[in-house]
Design a protein around this ligand. Structure first.
Ligand code: NAP
Length: 503
């Protein structure tokens, strides 16, 4: 038999054994969907082309020899349904990349009748996520239910106890139980992936855990809540109030009907707790984070900050300090020229400051079905390839206890906005109280026209005074403001926003 006849035979056998179509062979192996049709019509490919295709067939043969990875997905909401859709659509492409079939075989959710825009007809259905996690018919369990306890926690534990790999996007679960789950995974030899739990589609976990190698992180900070960033961006660009922006965010589906978790900073705190552990090799400590949300930020603050060359962002920041690790979430004045100031709308960004690579910023979509499912998929691919890393970057026994640096000792610049009574001596007295505590002022702005759109008329005539301090200690600023309040020259609560020194 001639070479070409043998080649034709090999191709046809390959196609028949796998039940492939000629087009699929053409696309996946030859890089030309019409290749097999041309071959059948007598076209003779060159010897180099034949060699290339025989090699690709051999690779594919080895690839498909590995058992398929059967995935069980619990939670078919925004992220879960999108993940199933992607795996169904891109299955072939993934098999080629991985050398292994990856396929969803079973799912769990609450409502069996709800339409999810995805074909579930060939998948096993479970009402109970724990039963799915324990099913002998899956190799990997994906948790996309949400919540720090309840069915998500029970199901993840059940899978890990059996030594079964788990992928989750659940930051609340990780922030609360991350160390215990990592320990359990190490004990049973299971992998635990959670790329999607922080900053949605941005691969920050992998970057910290694997990409940066031995680099020592000095500070990690970022915009990790798209709802807050959307609100602050619109307030800044359109000069509208916090309340109006929140309503718009809810109408567009960016903010939940109950937005408290986002706008009060707790969502950012969960993500920061996970990043701090990966950055500093310490235990996850979500309750030790100083958290201040964005609800008190007014259009006046945004306008004055802008005039002074700053944007206001809700940042989560973790850094080493002399007495431990500082973890804080609060609205922050960032210089307009800094990279993070340009991250607008619902985008997220995380900046990693290290000794070796200096500063690295990762920016992109922090939420949404497709970006989040893409991060879940990246963990699934790692597991399918057999990549093994301790879930928190170092073995859980090596994690150091978290030592919280006191917020009182935080050193930085401060933006202070006061409603000062319009009486002689008020401003001088405020400046004196600052001076008594060694607080040096960079600028003092006093303008009668500054009044927040949301502000309540306080009756007495006041002037808005904005002080910008040089670096000072937080407790000095607080002491000075308590004294200013006692002196009776201000009306209402002072607004205090921290300034972050950034390049
Ligand atoms: N959405 C995002 O942009 C995003 C971004 C990053 C991370 N995440 C994380 O991804 C996870 C999923 O988020 P999502 O937005 O997809 O949530 P979602 O749309 O609310 O979906 C939750 C799913 O869980 C199912 N579920 C709830 N309780 C259940 C129970 N007891 N038993 C079985 N199934 C149950 C629901 O079933 P029914 O549909 O039948 O009610 C629903 O399919 C969360 O941990 C979230 O924090 C989401």
């Amino acid at each position: 038999m001639s070479d070409i006849a043998e080649f034709r035979n090999a191709v046809e056998t390959f196609i028949a054994q796998r039940g492939w179509t000629a087009t699929r062979f053409g696309r996946a192996i030859a890089g030309d969907p019409l290749f097999v049709f041309d071959l059948r019509e007598g076209r003779e490919p060159r010897s180099e082309t034949r060699a290339r295709i025989l090699n690709a067939m051999q690779d594919e043969g080895e690839a498909t020899a590995l058992p398929p990875l059967r995935i069980g997905v619990a939670g078919l909401g925004n992220v879960g349904a999108t993940l199933v859709k992607i795996l169904q659509k891109d299955g072939e492409e993934l098999t080629r990349k991985l050398g292994r079939h990856v396929t969803v075989t079973a799912v769990a959710a609450r409502s069996r009748s709800r339409s999810r825009g995805v074909d579930l007809s060939n998948l096993a259905w479970f009402d109970d996520p724990v039963a799915l996690a324990k099913s002998p018919d899956i190799d990997l369990f994906v948790e996309l239910i949400g919540g720090e306890d309840g069915p998500a926690y029970a199901a993840v534990r059940a899978a890990l106890e059996l030594g079964r790999p788990v992928v989750t996007a659940n930051k609340a679960l990780l922030a609360r139980h991350g160390v215990a789950l990592a320990k359990l995974a190490e004990e049973t030899g299971a992998q635990l992936g959670f790329e999607a739990a922080v900053a949605g589609g941005i691969p920050v976990i992998k970057t910290l855990r694997e990409g940066l190698g031995s680099a020592r992180i000095a500070r990690v900070y970022g915009i990790m809540n798209g709802t807050c960033n959307y609100i602050l961006t619109r307030m800044g660009k359109e000069g509208i109030s916090f309340a109006e922006c929140l309503k718009a965010a809810q109408a567009l589906g960016y903010a939940e009907a109950d937005p408290a978790f986002d706008i009060e900073g707790y969502d950012t705190a969960h993500k920061l707790a996970i990043l701090a552990s990966l950055s500093f090799g310490c235990e996850i400590a979500p309750d030790e984070i100083f958290v201040e949300g964005i609800t008190a930020i007014t259009d006046v603050d945004i306008k004055v900050a802008d005039d002074l060359g700053y944007a206001i962002k809700l940042l989560g920041i973790a850094q080493r300090s002399a007495d431990g690790i500082e973890q804080r979430v609060h609205p922050t004045l960032v210089p307009k020229g800094s990279a993070i100031a340009g991250v607008d709308g619902v985008l997220n960004a995380v900046v990693l400051e290290t000794d070796h690579v200096h500063e690295l910023m990762l920016a992109g979509p922090g939420a949404g079905g497709a970006p989040t499912a893409s991060s879940v998929l990246s963990d699934i691919l790692d597991i399918a390839r057999g990549t093994r890393v301790p879930p928190l970057g170092v073995p859980s026994a090596e994690l150091t206890p978290y030592r919280q640096a006191s917020m009182k000792a935080h050193a930085g610049g401060y933006y202070i906005r006061l409603n000062a009574r319009d009486v002689p001596g008020a401003l001088a007295s405020i400046a004196t109280r600052m001076g008594e505590r060694g607080i040096s002022l960079e600028s003092v702005i006093q303008r009668p026209d500054l009044r927040a759109k949301d502000s309540v008329d306080e009756g007495a005539p006041t002037r808005t005074v904005v002080l910008m301090t040089h670096e000072t200690m937080e407790d000095m600023v607080r002491e000075a403001l308590d004294q200013v309040d006692r002196d009776g020259f201000i009306v209402g609560r002072p607004q205090l926003i921290r300034i972050e020194a950034l390049s």
